[in-house]
Design a protein around this ligand. Structure first.
Ligand code: SF4
Length: 335
């Protein structure tokens, strides 16, 4: 681990100082020899906060955190079945920034920005420009939700909804809390994992005061992503009364072993976070080299069921464009 890179800078400074040069990243990690295997993307470029780089091992080309962010030449190969919109989200986009696929929940994109660019991301080709909120978005969102009484939960997503300032985020919370039918606001975010300072007191105080139940679903794939500082930040959120859950993507050669998944669940639990979903990869263009067969996923899952108490076993799911919910994978296909 590169302790000298760990900073005490505020989260916005850390965001702006994220590593965006492949040469710099490889130099920090003393892995210049990898240069021939990587490429410089023209969109969805390298982006990784220094606090996350600090959790990587110097000289380890197989570091599981590095593999999640380093643009690999294999991304450029078209693979049959891997597409730019694997979840068919463009078919469920009733108004700017709003996705309504699940019956009682809507997903609201409040920013296209992320603190980190995960190379397997299913939204890496998403048209954020067409979905950026503008001055009319709050009104249109309220109007849409009001005419759909079945909606009781809004999921703030992105990009990463915590990459916007507290001022902007609180304006959204104010607007949503003013819609009487809403009971729950959920935040899907990777920021607390990659820049734990993002869970600052101002944010946690505001979330604790919400009239809605607040659920925060963080995104963490490997136990190495949770160092002491990150664990403390997650625990503070838990102490503030926020329901803390985690979703993980099952990634080939990164977290595809029983030992790694057990370690992740245990580390999350010790930080006050419960494992929620273990996703098999959404078949996104450029992400095929992260995928592994459903059979291997199921075998791994059976081993998890044996080793962990039920509350530490996430649900093994995949998204299907044809289904308005995450589809549990039939583990009895392989037993
Ligand atoms: S933080 Fe989430 S939305 Fe952003 S690139 Fe990573 S997986 Fe995609």
């Amino acid at each position: 681990m590169i302790n000298h890179l760990i900073t005490q800078k505020n989260w916005q400074t850390q965001l702006s100082e994220a590593v965006s040069s492949i040469d710099e990243l490889l130099a920090i990690l003393q892995l210049e020899s990898l240069r021939a295997q990587v490429y410089v993307p023209t969109h969805f470029k390298l982006r990784v906060p220094r606090a996350f780089v600090a959790k990587m091992s110097v000289g380890d080309a197989n570091d599981p955190l590095l593999k999640q962010v380093l643009p690999d030449q294999r991304e450029q190969q078209a693979v049959t079945g891997y597409v730019t919109d694997p979840l068919g989200e463009s078919d469920h986009n009733p108004s700017r920034g709003l996705l309504h696929k699940y019956q009682s929940r809507v997903l609201l994109t409040i920013t296209g920005a992320c603190a980190i660019h995960c190379r397997y991301c299913f939204r890496q080709h998403f048209d954020y420009n067409a979905n950026m909120p503008n001055s009319g978005t709050q009104v249109a969102t309220k109007a849409y939700i009001s005419t759909h009484p079945e909606i009781d939960e809004v999921i703030l997503s992105g990009g990463d909804p915590l990459s916007v300032s507290n001022r902007r985020l609180f304006a959204w919370l104010d607007a949503l809390e003013a819609i009487p039918q809403l009971t729950t606001i959920r935040l899907h975010t990777r920021l607390p994992i990659v820049i734990p300072e993002r869970l600052d007191n101002e944010l946690l105080d505001r979330l604790a005061q919400s009239r809605c139940r607040i659920v925060m679903v963080v995104h963490c794939n490997h136990a190495n992503e949770i160092d002491t500082l990150t664990a403390q930040a997650l625990q503070r959120a838990n102490n503030a009364g926020i329901t803390m859950l985690n979703q993980t993507v099952l990634l080939k050669d990164i977290n595809d072993s029983v030992e790694l998944q057990v370690a992740l669940s245990q580390r999350l639990f010790s930080a006050g976070v419960l494992p929620y979903y273990l996703h098999v990869l959404d078949k996104v263009d450029g992400g095929a080299h992260f995928d592994l067969s459903e059979q291997l996923a199921i075998e791994l899952y059976w081993a998890l069921l044996k080793q962990l108490p039920g509350y530490l076993v996430p649900k093994l799911v995949r998204e299907l464009t044809s289904r308005p919910f995450k589809v549990p994978i039939d583990i009895y296909k392989v037993s």
